[in-house]
Ligand binder design. Structure first.
Ligand code: 13P
Length: 257
């Protein structure tokens, strides 16, 4: 019912040539993996060239952040309309690196989600607990709080347009991956929250991705969990073989389900 989404977050990596080559390598083999959705999120300055590289293929392109205002005197910022103009159909919002390194709040993320929806970008809204929060038994409270704050004021129609990504902060770029059971627990809890706030039908339709050291070696077990609907992949998305390896695992699961 929920199609797997395999999304690459390239973060602040690559250069023009590297971005083009990686995008071409992914889209050349993308037709083999047509049971899953594929998305590449390059740095904003490479959005245009990546969009051109994947044109005509099933691969979609997304931004990694945006500003909530549509235009104006906001030096250094990029609007949702600009991302869309450069070929993006989605945008990652509230990534933990933005929350914890750059000080983004739930209220900031909420404004961005609303602005993204206004220009028909799919917001991929990230949540996740710190290791200290998990150890203090606050995992559910933290993730629920981030969802409540980041998705405040959205009606059920709007919720159906978004994707959630659960990214435990302690698993990002550390090589430490959440166990399938840990991931499933949080994903199921977030889906329960959506059912409580909206209704079960809405909750059942929203995709919840897992992010945090996902690799071909661990993707199978994670993607098999009933409430894990794809991956938001950092490091492994910078290598076409690894990213496509995860897409291949997702495709096999979809074809067998
Ligand atoms: P890694 O896959 O490098 O752990 O990064 C995950 C992530 O932050 C994706 O948004």
């Amino acid at each position: 019912m929920r199609r797997l989404l395999i999304a690459g977050n390239w973060k602040m990596n690559l250069d023009c040539n590297g971005a083009r080559e990686l995008a071409l390598a992914v889209c050349q083999r993308a037709p083999e993996f047509n049971a899953v959705d594929l998305l590449l999120c390059p740095p904003h300055v490479y959005l245009n060239l990546v969009s051109q590289a994947v044109a005509g293929s099933p691969v979609a392109v997304g931004g990694q952040n945006m500003y909530h205002e549509p235009s104006g005197a906001f030096t250094g910022e990029v609007s949702g309309a600009m991302l869309a103009d450069a070929g993006a159909t989605a945008v990652i919002l509230g990534h933990s690196e933005r929350r914890h390194v750059l000080g983004e709040t739930n209220a900031d993320v909420n404004r961005k989600v609303i602005a993204a929806l206004q220009v028909n970008l799919t917001p991929i809204v990230c949540v996740g607990e710190l290791l200290s929060e998990r150890e203090a038994g606050r995992t559910s409270e933290v993730n629920r709080g981030q969802i409540e704050g980041s998705l405040a004021e959205l009606d059920p129609e709007q919720i159906l347009q978004i994707v959630i990504a659960y990214e435990p902060v302690w698993a990002i770029g550390t090589g430490k991956v959440a166990t399938p059971k840990q991931a499933e627990e949080v994903h199921a809890d977030l889906r329960r929250l959506l059912a409580e706030r909206y209704n079960q039908a809405v909750a059942d339709k929203v995709r919840i991705l897992y992010g945090g050291s996902m690799k071909p070696g661990n993707a199978g077990e994670l993607l098999q969990q009933p409430n894990v609907d794809g991956g938001l992949i950092g490091g492994a998305s910078l290598k076409a073989d690894e990213f496509l390896g995860i897409a291949q695992i997702g495709t096999a699961l979809e074809n067998n389900s």
